[in-house]
Design a protein around this ligand. Sequence first.
Ligand code: NAD
Length: 410
Amino acid sequence: MVDALAQLRRAVEILGYDDATFAMLAAARRELTVSIPLRRDDGTVEVLTGHRVQHNLSRGPAKGGLRFSPEVNLDEVRALAMWMTWKCALLDVPYGGAKGGVTIDPRLYSRSELERVTRRYTSEISPLIGPQIDIPAPDIGTDEATMAWVMDTYSVSRGHTVLGVVTGKPLPLGGSLGRPSATSRGVTHVALAALEEVEVSPAAATAAVQGFGKVGRGAAEFLAKAGVRVVAVSDQYGAVTRPDGLDIEALALHVDRTGSVVGFEGSKAMNSLEDLLLLDVTVLVPAAVEGVLHEGNAHHVQAQIIVEGANGPTTATADRTLADRGTVVVPDILANAGGVVVSYFEWVQANQAYWWSVDEVEQRLADRMKQAWLRVREHAAHHQLTLREAATSLAVKTVAEAHRARGLYP
Ligand code: NAD
């Protein structure tokens, strides 16, 4: 939360807003913490904790992912909810920000246990969610099956099917074509735009991708398809490298088979997970967890461009170091916004019960990402700001203006 607040403070400074505006934008609108009693498959009972935070509702319903991870805590969920608010505003998606999480390591639970956790969590937060209130989506440790359980549990409690209560659903349940790959495609659109900016062609560029999950895997695949040489990839178990470029399709098959990038044929294991972040590459895509670029390693980062696939991968201190070193950092609220953009498309389609073709979805996504990139880049150049300062201040302005137009009640 410290980093999210530091970014907001800087945006408020840039915009010349007062402390009251900062206080209003810093506070979450609603927070709910719930207990989730779970009967495990062996008959024992344990009690898990979950949260849902709605940071802002000024521009529409709240929107944000649901994370299952042992690291989930209220402070982290608050920060992630705030970033969602700025992301939606920047991409002109008519939502406020939210985030949810359950403190659980999903790898240690069976599928039916995870289903029971999801259904109980949904039931506990159901007074707060709904297609016009707050719309969850997948994030770390959750997927389209999780979204189907959320949708079903909510629908059963209402007595009718409510497709628009979540996004990232399976296709037979009103999911959108193009949603699974949307975040990674968005990351690739801005990475290619940033390469153009520094006048390096994709064929001359190299990339390293941290995380090989929903975001990292697709980002590696699309960057490779665009001609970029992806020389290193990591997951939580290890990092592998091949200076001539990894065959990402073959690597994906290896991960499907073994559960990790470790041991991929023709690649070399790296000494530590952190080494990947310090490689001399054109583009670094951190697409795993928060805070991986910090005071301790930012000075050693050699990448020319960092495209933040993950939310909050760069601490505020590291951000200043990278800015001083001239590294181009494409901030998370722009770089990984493809997911929320296509989530919005999915919600629009579900509400209209009319589905678009994959080409339509991908073209609209590409247009929005490119427009947002141009807006941020021009704002940064015009006011001599970093891309993060430009993106956050543009977003904060949009939200503050919506706040002001609505006024205070009572
Ligand atoms: P995921 O659970 O599908 O994948 C996470 C990946 O990161 C896994 O490969 C995991 O092994 C790896 N990982 C975890 N810790 C690591 C470490 N210390 N070093 C290297 N790898 C590590 O999650 P995801 O959906 O891909 O999300 C990744 C990030 O992207 C998160 O910050 C998430 O909030 C953000 N994000 C996701 C979406 C989306 O549509 N899924 C949208 C926007 C932002």
